[in-house]
Design a protein around this ligand. Structure first.
Ligand SMILES: [Cu+2]
Length: 104
C-alpha cells in the first residue's frame, strides 16, 4: 500500500481525523439585501460578498472584527479568524443587516 492509501484506510477506520478544508461561502447583495441573511461557517472559512448592485456597500461587523468594502458589481471577502456569532450591516445603508455564525 502507498502512504496515500494507508492514510485513506486510517481515515476510513476512524483512526485519523478527516482533514477539514476551508470553504468559501458566498453571500449575494442584490437590491440592498444580503442573501442569505444568515450563514454558518467555520474558523478559517472565507465569506465572499458578491455585490450585484450599482451601489457601493460594506459588510461591517458590529463588534468591529472586520469591515469589508464592496464596490458596485465587485466582490469583497474576509477570512473568519475566531468563533462566535457576528452581526454585520452596511455603513451606507444601515438597515441592510446580516449575521455570520462561526463554529471552531
Ligand atoms: Cu449598502
Amino acid at each position: 500500500m502507498t502512504p496515500g492509501r494507508i492514510a485513506i484506510a486510517l481515515i476510513l477506520f476512524g483512526l485519523l481525523p478527516v482533514p477539514v478544508r476551508a470553504e468559501t461561502i458566498q453571500v449575494s447583495i442584490d437590491k440592498l439585501v444580503f442573501s442569505p441573511a444568515e450563514v454558518n461557517a467555520k474558523v478559517g472559512d472565507t465569506i465572499e460578498w458578491v455585490n450585484k448592485d450599482a451601489l457601493a456597500h460594506t459588510a461591517t461587523a458590529t463588534n468591529n472584527d472586520w469591515n469589508v468594502s464592496i464596490a458596485p458589481n465587485q466582490s469583497g471577502r474576509v477570512v473568519l479568524k475566531k468563533p462566535g456569532a457576528a452581526d454585520y450591516y452596511c455603513k451606507f445603508h444601515p438597515n441592510m443587516k446580516g449575521r455570520v455564525v462561526v463554529t471552531p
